[in-house]
Design a protein around this ligand. Structure first.
Ligand code: MG
Length: 120
């Protein structure tokens, strides 16, 4: 099973990610409510994939993505955000985020994106 960590302050999104990915090769292991906890959980679980919110308290998704890439340049991140402006998209790409989906996303969109990024 491929481990997925959800970094998002919305429990609703955690449930949606779980539902989209769990009957496949993915095991959605935990939910971090902000980037700071997300970095701690990254160390704990060593996930194969991270879904990352942008707007969160304490440490937002952009700062979290930078910190994750600094830890592991090959980290696989799908950014999930209601905001999808060009500036954010290009910033995410520049940082090294593997994929981007606009909220609300369709379950199969996330599943396909996750499979594509991990090559499964
Ligand atoms: Mg949020």
């Amino acid at each position: 099973m491929l481990k997925v960590l959800v970094i998002d302050d919305s429990p609703f999104i955690f449930k949606a990610v779980k539902k989209a990915l769990e009957n496949s090769v993915f095991d959605v292991v935990d939910n971090a409510g902000n980037g700071k906890i997300g970095l701690e959980m990254y160390e704990k679980y060593a996930p194969d994939l991270i879904t990352l919110d942008v707007t969160m308290p304490i440490m937002d998704g952009v700062e979290t993505a930078k910190a994750l890439v600094a830890k592991n340049p090959n980290v696989k991140i799908i950014m999930l955000s209601a905001m999808g402006d060009e500036a954010l998209l290009s910033q995410a790409k520049e940082i090294g985020v593997s994929g981007f989906l606009r909220k609300p996303f369709k379950p199969e969109e996330l599943l396909n994106k996750a499979k594509e990024i991990l090559g499964v």
